[in-house]
Design a protein around this ligand. Structure first.
Ligand SMILES: [Zn+2]
Length: 234
């Protein structure tokens, strides 16, 4: 077989390898995994925001309960004091003080009630988020398995194709392989092209009849496209 024919065969395998590597880097399964990971991260963030809010609400309820307890102790003390006073003005002042403290208790109770209601809403939301997280984690596991399967399959194919490539390259002279590699690097992966009728398969430009004649007159190892300088198999 002519060397350029052999190199074009090698190039087909190299193109296949490039395509497989491109596919490996752009697996749709990987995009799916990434999408679900982002979704899960969003849910986890939502969950942690809800946990923080739930903690704050619980703190409010506790603090208000403590506050109410302290206020009640003060009221008890004031009531005891009230029973001992004789002067009406003093009694009035104490009653006013008690009323102020009762107002504060009522504010704290209202706040606590709102916090408890919000906590209940939040509990339902947290439960829903938790369920979404579980379902999403499950989807993620499935998607990761699918990705692994796709990667394994591609890797196995690559091993086969590379073995074929090595076997073929072993039969080709090292000097030619080096020239081939240099041309491939210089010509976007296509070192050798076929001349189909008058069209170069590398640059897709037409050669004039006299250019085709000139190429044909050269020895097969010297044939190259006058436009793109790729080797031409005629
Ligand atoms: Zn060309």
């Amino acid at each position: 077989m002519e060397i350029l024919e052999e190199l074009i065969g090698l190039q087909e395998i190299d193109t296949e390898i490039t395509q497989l590597l491109h596919r490996a880097a752009n697996l749709p399964e990987a995009a799916v995994v990434k999408g679900i990971e982002a979704e899960l991260a969003g849910l986890e963030a939502e969950r942690s925001r809800a946990e923080i809010e739930a903690g704050e609400l619980a703190n409010t309820v506790d603090a208000n309960e403590r506050g109410v307890g302290e206020l009640r102790t003060q009221i008890t003390r004031l009531n005891a004091q009230l029973r001992t006073v004789i002067a009406p003005r003093e009694a009035e002042a104490l009653q006013h003080e008690i009323a102020v403290l009762e107002g504060k208790i009522s504010t704290l109770d209202d706040e606590a009630l709102i916090a408890i209601e919000r906590s209940e809403e939040l509990d339902a939301a947290r439960k829903a988020i938790g369920e979404s997280c579980d379902a999403t984690s499950l989807r993620l596991r499935t998607a990761r398995n699918e990705l692994t399967t796709a990667q394994d399959a591609l890797r196995a194919t690559l091993v086969d194709v590379r073995a074929r490539r090595d076997a073929m390259a072993d039969r080709i002279d090292v000097g030619w392989l080096q020239r081939y590699d240099a041309r491939r690097a210089a010509h976007a992966g296509t070192a050798v092209a076929r001349l189909v009728r008058a069209t170069c398969g590398g640059c897709h430009l037409d050669l004039s009849p006299s250019e085709v004649d000139a190429v044909r007159r050269l020895s097969p190892v010297e044939r190259e496209c006058p436009n793109c300088a790729r080797w031409l198999v005629v």
